[in-house]
Design a protein around this ligand. Structure first.
Ligand code: AMP
Length: 314
């Protein structure tokens, strides 16, 4: 089954405690589509400027990402720059966001794209997300969305409309709290459910992820790494692994959703090991499988309660 993503393709400039990178490949849809491409066919809908380098289109093509929906326009590619706190890599400040060619982007989907069964509305203008969803026919089996503080603060009412129209929402914990107006994450998830989505995935950076699927909660730590180089794109790569797994298996049971969260975490953990999509784009299936197994050893405690149950003071 196939997967369609609409989102940003960007040039990012980032400063992290490990160093800095100027004007390197980024964008929510870029990370997402490379991550998902390891598991499922993926089609990308986005816009790039005339400054976008051919080698970056080739990189997407080398992952079999369908780039027929990647429109080239006169002007500059979307640009974002941010700086990470030296004390806490979960803390990031956006220095600049330049929409550039995205400001005028109005995608018209092909019949084949409209009929895709899994749709991911990556972090981009909520109005654009609504327009894309409105073109889908029939309604996809699963529609998921990601967003970011930029839109929560700047396009709140459109964001509420699109959140109300999707099945699954990915937000990071600060965004979930801001959107829901709730500090407690379980309460924030409930508030987001009340707007519409039946699955709420709250990304917590190096603290892992909380999945609320109807009445079922699932919490997972992040894979433990001894060095994080650049957290940019971790959330989109997580979503790519997650949605790639769902599109590949079609398994939307609670177990299937949990497995997707594990795979998303595995993929996101690779992204942060280098700048831009350098590590993410160079993965082998064996590396993914090995890290999945290592993650299972890191987190697994099923069965530890054997031998007559837990001790109890007489
Ligand atoms: P993440 O670290 O997963 O939250 O995603 C970071 C990516 O999102 C970067 O590569 C940026 O290019 C992209 N990005 C940042 N701000 C925006 C925005 N306002 N709209 C769309 N994409 C953005």
């Amino acid at each position: 089954m196939s997967l369609l993503v609409v989102g940003s393709v960007a040039y990012d400039s980032v400063q992290t405690p490990a160093g800095s990178r100027d004007v390197s490949l980024g964008g929510s849809a870029t990370y997402f589509s490379i991550a998902a491409s390891y598991f499922s066919p993926v089609s990308l809908v986005a816009v790039i400027g005339d400054d976008f380098m051919p080698e970056h289109v080739e990189l997407l093509e080398s992952h079999a990402v369908d780039v027929s929906g990647l429109e080239r326009r006169e002007g500059k590619t979307f640009r974002w720059s941010g700086v990470y706190s030296t004390e806490d890599l979960n803390e990031r400040e956006t220095l600049d966001t330049q929409l550039n060619v995205f400001a005028e982007f109005k995608p018209v989907l092909t019949d084949q794209q409209r009929a895709t069964e899994y749709l991911f509305l990556a972090n981009i203008d909520p109005q654009l997300q609504l327009e894309v969803l409105g073109q889908m026919s029939p309604r996809p089996k699963l529609v998921a969305l990601d967003s970011m503080n930029f839109w929560i603060e700047g396009a709140r009412s459109h964001l509420e409309d699109i959140v109300g129209a999707v099945d699954l929402v990915f937000m990071d914990e600060g965004e979930a709290r801001a959107f829901a107006g709730e500090e407690n994450l379980a309460q924030a998830a409930s508030r987001i459910h009340s707007v519409g989505p039946r699955i709420v995935v709250i990304k917590r950076g190096e603290h892992g992820v909380l999945v609320s699927n109807g009445g079922s909660l699932f919490a997972l730590p992040a894979f433990i790494l001894d060095r994080v180089v650049d957290p940019t794109g971790a959330g989109d790569s997580f979503a790519g692994g997650f949605m790639g797994m769902l599109a590949a298996t079609g398994d939307l049971t609670d177990g299937g959703i949990r497995r997707a969260a594990v795979l998303g975490s595995v993929i996101g953990s690779f992204t942060v090991q280098d700048f831009s999509a350098d590590r993410l784009a160079a993965l082998s299936h064996d590396e993914i499988t090995d890290r999945f197994a290592a993650f299972e050893r890191l987190t697994g405690f099923a069965g530890l309660e054997t031998g007559g149950g837990l001790p109890q003071r007489e």
